[in-house]
Design a protein around this ligand. Structure first.
Ligand code: ATP
Ligand code: MG
Length: 632
């Protein structure tokens, strides 16, 4: 087996040779003339001159070998249904959807916004756009009307693909009223709205605008719609970031570079075999869903599982049963999901035959050590953390087990993945820091293939936001705070805006959270820095106890808060000791499961909470408010 160190070195020292080789993993209609166009730094254009198509690579090219292999398997515990499509069937469905889009004037470069539940038609919609060179923008189904309206105005779609309703934990969530309100609010008006009627919630179609998917399918019959060959640099989609830190950014992704990067990651990182099954429990509204429910597994000729449901319904064994049923080779979910499962009996997992499963991948937020240990020992399989962003489209840090299975290190997602020139920079000077020193995680130009091309419609924002953070050098900032060790393993310490400055000491919220999580009574914790007249900032900890009865009265709260403060003091020193430890039943999170620290911080500082449209459950913020008012 090749040494990862050598492999990686070549990827960053000879990026053109490295990626030209990887480009052979996908089909090209016309080969590219130039591997990397560097004429417009910090922009980078990969595979200029090449013509290809994402849908061809994800569907058509497998027809010769895999026509009868399941390509897409849909499982819904929400409506108790499942469906499976072979590559041949998927090909037919996608062509039908593509014909409908074309019939209503959608062509190359036009935007199509998807506001969809996790149903097969959502995947058909994405692939159909790719097929005809239209640019999709998937907005998480169930997002509030205001956030949807902003995205409609930004992406200016010609057509919106939507559905009557989604379902969440057994409750029907009507989408149509939200969509109608959003279109009403937006200044841009789509020409048409294509409605997939699931029969979950009745709605009144808007005459002259709304189309019925079933009727449209009947109208187009069984059409043949050839793939439109597009430039490798043609945008495939726009996807908005989660909005954890502020106004979401419309990430624009290319076509050729993305396909090449995903293929590379399927081999190097996810160690996948064509023909095997990939089960990613994310949502198509997030980047993980784009890359590892839809495009990555299909480009690699795998069977992908699309799951509509939660990890705990009908019980906490459902993910494992689905993995068993479909003989999944790989599973991918978030640390949040695992933390939820940890509260339940692992017998539900152990009763499943998971012999097909080789690895579990986790991404989206820091994987704390107690959770990592619990899941790897309970599952008895390698658990691989991977760190990346909507912006990058595929992992920045992980373990490339397909190249060399470097040993994982607790607390670290791993080392830099191929093509990413990762460094840790001093926040003020921008100078690279040695191992052991904390700084901003940055990536030198060029970002490898698959990463964002620009901010949709706003090149200047791309340069200003991502490439202009250090006076001395033009590098891409991840806005994450990290530390590398001698072997290049990086530990993420939190977001740069989450760094707490206590009397001149810089502390990552993540470090304090890790320390607090190591206390056996703690289920979950969020630490924020709140302005303090004396010390600049002070750390405030909000803890969800494993057993609520321990904090039912003031004496119990005081005792546990004292123990937690002592734990931090012993592990990190007195400066890191939180000024207050408050107890709550849940923490405010985005719908993608990320902690909304900025709103907790705002409450601590008695400021307005800002944009809350991505907040999962408003009751969680109320608990923070109440804790601040009622607990000492
Ligand atoms: P916004 O940029 O709009 O504030 P966001 O950063 O939450 O939203 P995403 O692109 O979905 O949007 O999330 C990427 C971020 O998630 C990373 O920058 C990092 O902070 C965090 N993250 C992702 N994976 C990991 C991981 N494995 N370990 C630690 N942090 C992670
Ligand atoms: Mg971000």
């Amino acid at each position: 087996m090749a040494s990862y160190r050598e492999y990686y070195r070549r990827s960053v020292e000879q990026p053109e040779a490295f990626w030209a080789e990887k480009a052979a993993l996908i089909d090209w209609h016309r080969p590219f003339d130039q591997v990397l166009d560097s004429s417009r730094k910090p922009f980078s254009a990969w595979f200029r001159g090449g013509l290809t198509n994402l849908c061809h690579n994800a569907v058509d090219r497998h027809l010769a070998q895999r026509a009868q292999q399941p390509a897409l398997v849909w499982e819904s515990t929400e409506v108790e249904r499942s469906r499976s499509y072979t590559y041949a069937e998927l090909h037919r469905e996608v062509q039908r959807m593509a014909a409908i889009l074309q019939r209503h004037g959608v062509g190359q470069g036009d935007r199509v916004l998807l506001y969809m539940p996790m149903i097969p038609e959502a995947v058909f919609g994405m692939l159909a756009c790719a097929r005809i060179g239209a640019i999709h923008s998937v907005v998480f189904g169930g997002f509030a009307a205001v956030s949807l309206a902003t995205r409609i105005d930004d992406a200016a779609p010609k057509l919106i693909l939507s559905s009557d309703a989604g379902s969440r934990a057994g409750r029907v969530v009507p989408y149509k009223p939200l969509l109608d309100e959003a279109i009403g609010r937006a200044s841009h008006k789509p020409r048409a709205v294509l409605m997939v009627d699931r029969g979950l919630h009745p709605f009144d179609p808007v005459a002259g605008r709304d189309l019925d998917y079933a009727a449209e399918c009947a109208a187009v019959g069984q059409p043949q719609v050839p793939c439109t060959w597009v430039d490798a640099t043609h945008p495939s989609y726009i996807l908005y970031t989660s909005g954890t830190t502020g106004r979401p950014k419309g990430v624009q992704r290319d076509t050729g570079g993305y396909a090449v990067a995903l293929s590379t990651s399927m081999q190097d990182i996810y160690c996948c075999r064509p023909g095997a099954t990939y089960f990613c429990g994310s949502d198509i509204g997030w980047v993980v869903g784009h890359s590892y429910i839809v495009y990555g597994p299909l480009i690699h000729g795998m069977t992908t599982v699309l799951y509509e449901g939660t990890p705990v319904r009908p019980d906490a064994g459902i993910l494992w049963r689905l993995a068993e049923r479909h003989r999944a080779q790989v599973m991918f979910t978030s640390p949040t999901a695992i933390r939820v499962l940890k509260k339940f009996d692992p017998a539900l997992m152990r009763s499943c035959d998971l012999s097909s499963l080789e690895r579990l991948f986790l991404a989206g937020e820091p994987l704390d050590e107690p959770t990592a240990e619990w899941i790897s020992s309970t599952l008895g399989k390698p658990v691989v953390d991977n760190y990346w962003q909507t912006e990058t489209g595929w992992p920045i840090l992980s373990i490339a087990g397909g190249v060399e299975a470097l040993p994982p290190k607790p607390g670290s997602p791993g080392v830099a993945m191929p093509g990413y020139k990762v460094s840790i920079l001093d926040e003020a000077s921008g100078q690279p820091l040695p191992a052991g020193k904390k700084g901003v995680l940055a990536i030198d130009w060029p970002l490898p293939p698959g990463c964002m091309q620009t901010v949709w419609g706003d090149d200047q924002r791309f340069v200003d936001t991502y490439w202009s953070n250090f006076p001395s050098r033009q590098v891409y900032s991840t806005f994450d705070w990290g530390v590398a060790d001698e072997q290049g393993y990086v530990t993420i310490l939190g977001r740069t805006d989450d760094v707490i400055n206590v009397a001149g000491h810089r502390l990552g919220t993540r470090e304090i959270e890790e320390s607090i999580s190591s206390h056996a009574a703690v289920a979950e914790v969020a630490v924020v820095g709140a302005a303090d007249a004396l010390k600049g900032q002070q750390a405030m900890a909000f803890v969800v106890p494993r057993d609520a009865s321990r904090v039912a009265d003031a004496a119990g709260r005081e005792a546990l808060s004292g123990e937690i403060m002592q734990t931090v003091q012993t592990q990190l020193g007195a400066v890191a000791r939180p000024a207050r430890v408050l107890f709550v039943g849940m923490l405010p999170k985005t719908r993608s499961g990320k902690l909304l620290r900025r709103s907790i911080q705002a409450l601590c500082e008695q400021r307005p909470t800002g944009d809350l449209t991505t907040l999962e459950d408003p009751a969680a913020l109320e608990q923070i408010r109440a804790a601040l008012a009622e607990q000492p």
